[in-house]
Design a protein around this ligand. Structure first.
Ligand code: HEC
Length: 196
């Protein structure tokens, strides 16, 4: 299994067919099951995808999309948790959120108002298809009382083309409420959490 980066393709003499069909700027991986990739391959794939995610999310005017790459990264590499459509996920925490979030505490968590978590996502394509950018998922903690049905969290998402994604607060919250003791936060998989 091998990840073909565009640079590799551009250098390879045999890559003319790939270049010709306009896929030279895409990221390919020789796998369709995300769980088949090694940690190293995920890191390599992320290197190919990160610019594409950022370029897509910032095509619109979403302020979180414009800012999140300057925030604290919460995992050592993207990982697949299962929920969020079997996508690879990587979460960033803004300055207000980072100190508490990075403790990854299970109980008694109360995130300060102004906390924002932004989560990039990408998904393997079907056989022979490029890896696709998924939505940027966002959780924003409002002042006490602004959103009583969702514990003052406001859920949102940016599509890969930069446009806002239509979502239902209840759709996101009904799953996130499973982590009520950590103020609705599910956190990255344990093996990829940054140590602090
Ligand atoms: C079926 C369950 C489920 C649904 C529905 C869901 N999430 Fe999540 N969400 C998770 C899990 C599990 C994680 C942690 C996994 C990871 O990041 O690796 C997570 C993590 C997040 C994070 C990072 C903060 C955290 O919890 O650690 C954000 C932001 C987020 N989700 C936003 C959303 C938005 C916006 C929606 C609705 C469009 C949504 N989620 C719907 C399960 C869900």
């Amino acid at each position: 299994m091998r990840i073909l980066l565009s640079a590799t393709l551009a250098l390879a003499a045999s890559a003319s067919a790939t270049l010709a069909d306009g896929h030279s700027d895409k990221c390919f991986v020789d796998a369709t099951d995300p769980f088949d990739l090694s940690a190293e391959q995920v890191v390599e794939l992320y290197a190919c995808m990160e610019g594409k995610m950022l370029a897509g999310y910032t095509k619109g005017d979403n302020p979180v999309a414009a800012a999140y790459r300057g925030w604290a990264v919460t995992s050592t590499r993207p990982a697949v948790a299962g929920p969020h459509g079997d996508r690879f996920l990587q979460t960033f925490a803004n300055d207000v959120a980072a100190e508490q979030y990075l403790k990854f505490e299970d109980e008694g968590v109360v995130m300060p108002a102004g906390s924002v978590l932004a989560k990039e996502s990408f998904k393997l394509g079907k056989e022979g298809k490029p890896v696709r950018v998924g939505p940027l998922f966002i959780m924003t903690k409002g002042e006490a009382g602004v959103a009583p049905d969702t514990a003052d969290w406001i859920y949102s998402a940016v599509q890969p083309n930069g446009k806002p994604m239509k979502i239902k607060q209840s759709f996101c919250h009904n799953c996130h409420v499973g982590w009520e003791d950590s103020d609705m936060l599910a956190y990255p998989l344990e093996e990829v959490r940054v140590s602090n």
